[in-house]
Ligand binder design. Structure first.
Ligand code: ADP
Ligand code: MG
Length: 463
């Protein structure tokens, strides 16, 4: 294309800034002339002027990659792999960008997804270069399938790829336990906004089913919580069940993988049925991203079928009718297929940040319950715990308790915990949430489709 077109395209874009194809063309042209920063500006402005289409985002990813900005390039490229409106051509372009970043796993995902959508776009040379046609998948051999006493096993082949071996037979839900949690909202410090949302969106409909029906108010769907590790997602889910005195079933990655491997949508259906037969019940999918992310890793359509079954089960859940509350948590929401976020599925997505000072004080209060203590000024301790997750705060209390124990062993006199002890302990603990925000920031800045990570930007004061 002719560089002399640039001014004309710029002019045209000024008139219709929402014209995504035009913007992409200008971006590509600028990149072609080596004007990478200008191209970046043009492409990034696309998200403000109109929808950030997959085409625009793919061009932006390439633009970042050409400038050596690996993290934002990766954030944007990976987010595209999980968008269900990305065309096969866009996915191939993303695949090439990922290859240039040496992110071969992600490149293979993009490639497989492209070919899954349209086998015609298969590009053997590209596939070879990223190792996409060496199947990662192994079927169990006949011997293994025949014996029932194999556990799921992880192995690596000579290239270090992980192979999951499969258990056949046995109870599909062995290890899935029904729990009656003995914690409730009073054991969850802070997180007031989240408790309120959960109360409003899922507990109230459950407890007032007739009222909702009378007003014809549709209910159903689940809540997806995301945020840095250790900030109380799992704890809050369990406490939700305790709060309404319901059963709690936690389904982890391994159970889900088992379902893939056991070739069975039927098992997934049984799981939902199992939960329905134990109502009221909180059905909690922990680290649900493994599910979404695996979809494009699965060979052929088998994985997709299981996901579709999962989505169908979600669609079939009406909280009022069967007393089933669906919660899920993830540290990596960007790895989750966008199909999960549709209305009636995980349509409420809540950010679970590290607590503020008041929240930290409330969490410390919960954690110190029943421990010998003397006039602890929680506020003063909380001030030293900026950016601490609930797990970090737990570490602070543990460190302080251990120091006290050691001292008591020496002196033979048990002393209560003081503000000073806790402040000292807080200094020895580093907040563990920074790394997460480093990654999240890239997704929020460069792949913030529909403003889905606005809360993260707000938390980082970047908006
Ligand atoms: N709001 C809170 N109140 C009390 N304890 C908390 C809170 N948040 C986290 N914790 C503590 O930190 C631990 C880790 O939290 P968890 O729920 O597993 O985090 P996540 O699931 O977000 O990774 C919990 O087991 C709990 O002891
Ligand atoms: Mg958790």
């Amino acid at each position: 294309m002719d560089p002399e077109l640039i001014p004309a395209l710029e002019e045209a874009l000024e008139v219709s800034p929402g014209n995504a194809p035009l913007r992409r063309q200008l971006g590509n042209l600028l990149m072609g002339c080596g004007r990478l920063e200008d191209a970046e500006d043009v492409l990034r402005a696309g998200g403000e002027a109109g929808p950030a289409t997959p085409g625009l985002q793919a061009a932006l990813a390439r633009c970042f990659a050409m400038q050596g900005k690996a993290s934002p390039a990766l954030a944007v490229a990976e987010s595209l792999v999980h968008r269900d409106d990305a065309s096969p051509d866009v996915l191939l372009s993303v695949c090439r960008t990922l290859k240039s970043l040496d992110e071969l796993d992600a490149a293979r995902r993009a490639y497989r997804r492209a070919v899954e959508l349209d086998a015609e776009v298969a590009d053997p040379v590209l596939a070879e270069a990223i190792g996409a046609d060496g199947a990662v998948w192994t079927e169990p051999d006949a011997d293994e399938a025949a014996s029932n006493d194999h556990d799921e096993d992880e192995d690596a082949d000579e290239q270090g790829r992980v192979i999951l071996r499969i258990t056949h037979g046995g109870n599909p839900f062995e290890g899935l336990e029904i729990e009656k949690p003995d914690v409730n909202f009073s054991d969850v410090g802070g997180m007031d906004a989240l408790k309120e949302q959960i109360g409003l969106k899922i507990i109230a409909p459950l407890e007032n089913a007739e009222l909702y029906a009378a007003y014809g108010k549709a209910i159903g769907g689940g809540i997806l919580m995301y945020g840095p590790p250790g900030c109380g997602k799992t704890h809050l889910a369990r406490a939700t069940a305790g709060q309404i005195d319901s059963a709690f079933i936690s389904v982890g990655i391994h159970d889900v993988l088992d379902m893939y491997l056991g070739n069975s949508e039927a098992k997934l259906h049984t799981l939902f049925e199992y939960a329905r037969s134990n109502t009221p019940c909180v059905l909690f999918f922990d680290e649900v991203d493994a599910l979404g992310a695996k979809r494009s890793d699965m060979r052929g359509s088998a994985g997709r079928q299981v996901i579709n079954q999962f989505l169908a089960e979600l669609d079939g859940v009406k909280a009022s009718n069967d007393g089933l509350l669906i919660l899920a948590a993830t540290n990596a929401p960007w790895a989750l297929d966008s199909a999960f976020r549709r209305p009636g599925r995980f349509d409420r997505v809540l950010f679970v940040p590290p607590s503020d000072a008041a929240g930290a004080a409330a969490i410390l209060n919960v954690l110190l319950k029943g421990k010998p203590q003397k006039a602890v000024d929680l506020g003063a301790v909380a001030k030293r715990c900026k950016g601490f997750s609930g797990a970090d705060l737990k570490a602070v209390v543990d460190v302080a308790v251990e120091a006290k124990l050691a001292a008591a062993m020496k002196s033979g006199v048990p002393e209560p915990l003081t503000t000073k002890d806790l402040v000292k302990a807080a200094k020895s603990v580093k907040p563990s949430t920074r790394e997460w925000f480093g990654t999240a920031k890239n997704h929020a800045l460069y792949a913030n489709e529909g403003g889905q990570y606005d809360e993260v930007l707000d938390y980082l004061k970047m908006r």
